[in-house]
Design a protein around this ligand. Structure first.
Ligand code: CDT
Length: 308
């Protein structure tokens, strides 16, 4: 049996501060049309795809940042993307900042089916970085000031002929995120990211950014028998160099497609969703082999408790 889904990771190069939504959407449309010519059924765009990665700056009054957030999806600027995708019969997933009607600020990804219907909007769970201005840094990573952590957890959705899951950037470093979706039978996880290569708290990690990116997505895929589509906004954005290396990972943990550039680039893979059962029904037969009674610390405890 095979259930083929042709997927594209639509990597973006930098989006500078003065780039308008219309300019960015034009780039997304170009990638979408390339995807159409290659028979792609689902295109995945990065985290915060519509704007520059604005948490690198701090503003004392958060209302000054309101213009970085969308108020609804679709909206006037993104409607052409929704229209073109529907005309081409392509679904897509896109990350953006959302300021909701109650004034809450979220880092989200919306998944849209091939008929233009919205499958779900996922809100980022693990919010990295810092809450307050840290003037000694060469650039800020103030996501914890700009976004609330999601209260939702990791759902999955029946769409695109399979079981789809979403995570956003830092979520991909946490094995619990994959496992919670794995326990719901996830077959493909879609993950946009913006990862500065310079990690200010520990620069010794800088040269390992690409290794760590692949490490977490390959192991998350393998240990849960799922495809993972990781999509970067890479290149030098407002002076900050960000990791590219978008990739599509098979349930075996193997990378089946990887971006070569740090710019706008489409990578495509024909993914057999039925390949997942080779892992889900054998080595990672959860029902047969897992020992949840031994894992209670995972949900009862947050930080480390060392022995006396
Ligand atoms: N966007 C995002 O989540 N980036 C983080 C950077 C961590 S350093 C504060 C990441 O995990 O890639």
């Amino acid at each position: 049996m095979s259930r083929m889904l042709t997927v594209a990771a639509a990597q973006l190069g930098p989006v500078q501060r003065d780039h308008s939504r219309q300019q960015v959407v034009a780039r997304l449309l170009d990638l979408l049309r390339q995807a159409g010519r290659q028979g792609v059924e689902l295109v995945v765009f990065p985290e915060l795809a519509l704007t520059t990665f604005f948490p690198r700056w701090f503003v004392d009054d958060i209302a000054e940042a309101d213009h970085w957030y969308e108020r609804s999806m679709p909206n006037e600027a993104t409607q052409p993307l929704f229209d073109e995708a529907r005309a081409l019969g392509i679904g897509f997933c896109i990350g953006y900042a959302l300021l909701d009607e109650k004034g809450h600020r979220w880092n989200v990804q919306t998944l849209v089916e091939r008929d233009g219907s919205i499958v779900a909007t996922y809100r980022k769970s693990h919010i990295p970085g810092h809450e307050h201005h840290e003037p000694d840094r060469p650039f800020q990573h103030a996501e914890r000031y700009y976004f609330e952590p999601s209260p939702d957890g990791f759902g999955v959705w029946r769409a695109f002929g399979g079981v789809m899951g979403m995570m956003i950037c830092n979520d991909r470093r946490w094995p619990e995120a994959y496992r919670v979706m794995g326990l719901q039978g996830v077959e493909m996880i879609l993950c946009g990211y913006n990862t500065p290569i310079h990690y200010v708290p520990d620069p010794s990690q800088d040269i390992l950014q690409g290794f760590h990116n692949a490490l977490v997505m390959q192991s998350g895929a393998y240990q849960n028998g799922t495809w993972v589509v990781g999509v970067a906004k890479g290149g030098v954005e407002e002076g900050v160099d960000s990791l590219a290396q978008s990739m599509i990972v098979a349930p075996s943990g193997q990378i089946v497609a990887q971006a070569l550039t740090t710019d706008d680039e489409l990578i495509v893979a024909r993914c057999d969703l039925d390949w997942c059962v080779r892992y889900k029904n054998t080595l990672f037969d959860f029902d047969r082999y897992r020992r949840p009674e031994l894992y209670t610390r995972i949900t009862s405890q947050r930080g480390v408790i060392e022995p006396d």
